[in-house]
Ligand binder design. Sequence first.
Ligand code: PEP
Length: 249
Amino acid sequence: MRTKIVAGNWKMNKNLEETEALLSELSAMLPDSTAEVIVAPTFVNLQAALAALQGSTIKVSAQNMHFAESGAYTGEISADMLLNLGVDIVILGHSERRAYFGEDDAFLAKKVKTAVEKGMKTIFCFGEELEDRKSDNHFAVVESQLKNALFDLDASAWQHIVLAYEPVWAIGTGETASPEQAQEMHAFIRKTISDAYTSSVADGVSILYGGSVKPGNAAEIFSKPDVDGGLIGGASLVAADFVEIIKAI
Ligand code: PEP
């Protein structure tokens, strides 16, 4: 049985007070759910988020980290720094990191390797651009993203991996992949992993969908057999919306 997950990526939003307020609202409204609920505030508010969520089932994730152990990497954060705070979940490979900070699959492979070696739950994001879909190249692009960033991992490392398929054309645009498009890609991803490893590795990996998931479309997307939850951007910044999405799983 795969873990169902609803994760909120807050990106560069919410100052300290707003972080505490949103978490207090969310905690008060949190429904009983079998899904794991994760929030990813900005680095500077991770500690406050952990404090606010003491005793809560809501988990805290970082939005990024560096691959190096430590050293001369001005502005960067290491896995050990996160773990030392009590954060053992990290999002890697978000399309905004790829587009605005030049992170490619080879670079991301190093980050993933460090994260899994440190035992962190690693939410690895990937997905095609609009042109890839229009030119019917989306399966090839996704396959190469997976292969280049993840397929050097040992099978045992996959217990730490959560995948987030996020078609770039659906992120923050209000445009969503249809539930059928999401299911088709998620099934393809699972088969690609099964071919590279084993069906038990593939069957054990939670594959989240991300891209304009809202209260109104979450249930239909989550109803698909290979969709194991969602990575939510905009709608995770509003407690009532995020809660509706959690209820939809
Ligand atoms: C995201 O940034 O990971 C995301 C899915 O954003 P949104 O839900 O706003 O499209």
